[in-house]
Design a protein around this ligand. Sequence first.
Ligand code: ACO
Length: 328
Amino acid sequence: MSLTSIILSTGSYLPSKILTNADLEKMVDTTDEWITQRSGIKHRHIAGENETTGDMALHAARKALENAKLDPQDIDGIIVATTTPDRTFPSVAVKVQGDLGVKPGLAFDVQAVCTGFVYALTVADNFIKMGQAKNILVIGAEKMSSLLDWTDRTTCVLFADGAGAVILQAKETDDTLSNKLDGQGIHSTHLYANGSKRELLQTTGGVSTTGGNGVIEMQGREVFKYAVSYMADVVAETLAYNGITSADIDWLVPHQANIRIIESTAKKLNMSMDQVVVTLDHHGNTSAASIPLALDEAVQGGKIKRGQMLLIEAMGGGLTWGAALVRY
Ligand code: ACO
């Protein structure tokens, strides 16, 4: 008997405060036109001062449980992708576990910046395929606003806060299918990092260096170049690995960093932008939260339907990048 991980449900949470490009014009030397043209972002959500990544993760997890009609006791694993934990330790995952009242089981955080959700999904998928867990909450949650220098116009106009969650459930693989890709679930995941480029996107400090968190510093133009090429490579690899073409994909669900990177990937795949889930215009770049937030919006909005094939991809600090092929 072999096992597959299916996406049983999705859920998300966005803080109530909305920061528009017009608001940013009053804070730094920028314009709505520059931000819109260069990134595609119009407005974003920013967490309240006392609202933590863990609080947002908990809201998203509750929604995912509600949508799955599952009880917290049904969960046997929690993996949170985040770069902005409430505390250096313990993890956000154990906060969610404790506050939800989930029974003891695996719970830990994964840190791969904007690729974090794809990494967390992969780790959860492998636990499920090994038969070590049945229902895993996979969450991407970030308070990126706490890592920003609000006087640095090159970064503060891009990042934002929020959380998204999925529940992965173990299901017996349907061996009667003539084409295994017709089956529901995660068909493949592909992860990469290139640590020799880590200085292109990093924080100015950390626990064992400055003792503080630091703020984000990014060589945007360089990151952009790598993002375009790494995304093209990893989506091509995912299609080739599964022996399919982009015509077999119903939805591209990309990390929401920059509309020009997303358009370039869609173009290389020969996919229309009508088949791409885009939320960055109203979410901004929420790092590890961006994909589960986009997924949940597209599912709840009736865009993504059961049985459709999704190509998920992300790229971020590290540099890290990755993709997943999933039949929803
Ligand atoms: N408003 C107005 N002007 C600005 C702003 C701003 N907010 N920010 C920068 N500029 C100026 C620059 O100073 C520069 O001026 P100069 O030509 O006089 O030097 C000019 O605009 C162009 O700057 P570039 O950095 O070349 O602009 P670019 O077209 O590359 O767009 C951007 C910048 C949006 C950051 C883009 O490079 C990008 O999206 N990069 C990739 C980001 C990304 O994908 N990150 C990965 C995920 S994030 C993570 O993992 C945490």
